[in-house]
Write a protein that binds this ligand. Sequence first.
Ligand code: GDP
Ligand code: IMO
Ligand code: MG
Length: 430
Amino acid sequence: MNTLVILGAQWGDEGKGKITDYLAEKSDMVVRYQGGDNAGHTVEIGDNQYKLHLIPSGIFNKDKICILGNGLVINPKSLLDEIKYLTDRGISTDNLRISDRAHIILPYHIELDRLQEEKKGKNKIGTTVKGIGPCYKDKVERVGLRMCDIFYKETFEERLRENIRNKNEIIEKLYNGKPLDEDNIVKEYMGYLDEIKKYVVDTTALLNDSIEKGNKILFEGAQGTLLDLDFGTYPYLTSSHPISGGVSIGSGINPLKLDGAIGIVKAYTTRVGRGPFPTELHDKTGDAIREKGHEFGTTTGRPRRCGWLDGVMLRYSARINGLTSIAVTRLDTLGGFDKLKICTGYELDGKVVKDFPASLETLAKCKPIYEEFDGWKEEDMKDITKYEDLPENAKKYVEKIEEMTGVNVDVASIGPKRSETLIRTEFFSS
Ligand code: GDP
Ligand code: IMO
Ligand code: MG
């Protein structure tokens, strides 16, 4: 196996950053293929905790090339902040490469994101307000600005000014908002782009050359399957494709060359932002999971909604992504709960539903069918280095995930640190 995608099987924040950092050691390249700085990936190394939004979680492993693929939408200011955040902590970003085809997030995208949310009122999506949706909208509308454009300053400036004027018209006329200052944006952002120019290359060529050499490539998903624009809980989702199908479009790898897909599954379910959540817990157990797991957003600090593990969702995720493997995270967080529940199906109008419905109205009518499991103690996981040594009840819980999805759980994570990772099958061994 040479090419492997790590992606979220739920609504994001499953622990993709941790697992990517762990597997990056054995890879040559780590590639983000979608999203932008709406992501928040946490990596803990020794006593240090790092929070990344754009830069791939492979950056802590020296000598790995870290790519921001064409499928990303990149805010140059956020990127420069993140480069500084890392270099201030002694982490080099020399190995960063940015696709010349990636789209650029500009202040009008962020302002439109904010105004759109405000106007939607109680129907708002609860976005991260990073300008993600409006930037992808420009890409689809074919008026976006790309990284390759910054090498042609004159036309870039012309198109940027035209975009600002057009967006100002929308801001003023549709949203009754304040127009943005054209000259300021041009000056400020052309300055940022000048600074990041040195990282911009044809990453598709770089990636494919590397694959041809037989190198090991890791793709790092952001968000999660249920936030995918087509397969998530529309419209409460993000505007990109976190699923494995997004890897080829967002990086330029031949789709037939992707060897495997690891789905990161949090041992329970969380969601940030609005939208349906069948297994959500509105009680003390939900609060206890949030507190024990410090479930607050990495990017926005918002409390994450918590609930039981949803097997209907996991089966759907396994099928859509062609998961070849699952990594279960946060088994330690569930330690100490007497009884645990897993949703094995939905009940809809007296019938059992096993497939995740498209309509939000249908989903709202679905009642989870639960199977109860005996819990385990977190203390019994301390200092474990082998999967076999996990508490029996934790192993039974994991086996249920395998049964529901038909996919092997090859990684069990029992803490945020690299050392708290139990590997059952080695990845990237030939
Ligand atoms: P990502 O967006 O999928 O990369 O996940 P986030 O970083 O947003 O959220 C996952 C959180 O869980 C981070 O704080 C991680 O350090 C932490 N984490 C990852 N795996 C584990 C685990 O097995 N146990 C515990 N306790 N924390 C974990
Ligand atoms: P990582 O990579 C969890 C959610 C937002 C909102 C919806 C749309 O850390 O798992 P957007 O700003 O993308 O238009 O917001 O998607 N969302 C995430 N939720 N983890 C993420 O990323 C997310 N990125 C976006 O909360 O509901
Ligand atoms: Mg996150």
